[in-house]
Design a protein around this ligand. Structure first.
Ligand SMILES: [Zn+2]
Length: 272
């Protein structure tokens, strides 16, 4: 279906880009993107995806909005405290762009439900805040063959990697197992500056749009390291491990499972 007059106006500044154009805009409208975690990373990512006209945005989060979230989770406002994040998030996205369909998944992703949720989406954004969740998103996307964009944040620092099954390394290829609970501090223990979450979540949205439009060079096999205090970006080359339990060659792949340490040590309301 061709774009309506209102859509042409709304998206005019990006339709102007030869890499987007009317055809690209139609492709975005057809696209389905799942954002796992409607928190510090998921907020800017989901907002920019909705603003850009991604037709269907899924939000997966079991939590309710807490006052301590609002310093960085810009999808939610003060009147939303106590509400399910998928509800306040969905309202915020539709307020920004009524043309976007928001699918609500008001539960935690587990090994039992992950494949069912992820299948049917074109790209996934990892906006989770615990290592077991990050490994689960990675493993489920690998099993489903769905590309996803990983990011992690702490204090003034962030990391990001785009994982395209069959085209490069996954998160488990080089971070083989989650660290023992308590070995790495959480945002609740070590702190996080909201703008750092904004930088990394926005970069995730950019990577998703590039994947959907088929333009540019995604951060495949390149782990991006952001250091906010000195404002430096670096990248590390990473390689797919053929013996990786998530994306490796048979017989190294293992079935999807919850990590042994899957019970998060942090208070759920302290999510990044
Ligand atoms: Zn792998």
């Amino acid at each position: 279906m061709t774009l309506t007059g209102e859509e042409v106006l709304r998206y005019s500044r990006q339709i102007l880009l030869p890499e987007v154009g009317g055809r690209g805009q139609e492709r975005l409208r057809q696209a389905r993107v799942l954002v796992v975690g409607a928190g510090g990373l998921g907020s800017p990512a989901a907002l920019y995806l909705a603003a850009a006209g991604v037709g269907s945005v899924g939000l997966c989060d079991a939590d309710r909005v807490d006052l301590t979230n609002l310093q960085r989770q810009i999808l939610h406002g003060t009147p939303d405290v106590g509400r399910p994040k998928v509800d306040s998030g969905a309202e915020a996205l539709v307020r920004l762009n009524p043309g976007v369909q928001v699918l609500r998944h008001p539960f935690r992703l587990t090994a039992a439900n992950a494949l069912g949720v992820i299948q049917g989406y074109d790209v996934v954004v990892d906006g989770t805040d615990t290592f077991p969740s990050k490994f689960l998103v990675n493993d489920a996307c690998a099993a489903a063959g769905v590309p996803y964009v990983y990011a992690g944040i702490l204090r003034f620092e962030g990391q990001m990697l785009t994982v395209v099954p069959g085209r490069g390394a996954c998160y488990r290829c080089f971070f083989r197992e989650p660290p023992p609970p308590g070995a790495v501090p959480t945002c609740a223990q070590a702190g996080i500056l909201g703008a750092v979450a904004g930088v990394m979540g926005s970069l995730q949205a950019l990577e998703v749009l590039k994947l959907l439009l088929g333009v540019g060079e995604p951060m495949v096999n390149r782990l991006l390291l952001f250091e906010g205090e000195t404002l430096t970006f670096r990248e590390l080359r990473v390689h797919r491990d053929p013996r990786c339990p998530a994306c490796g060659d048979p017989p190294h792949r293992r079935p999807l499972s919850d990590e042994p340490g899957a019970v998060c040590a942090a208070n759920p309301s302290d999510r990044c």
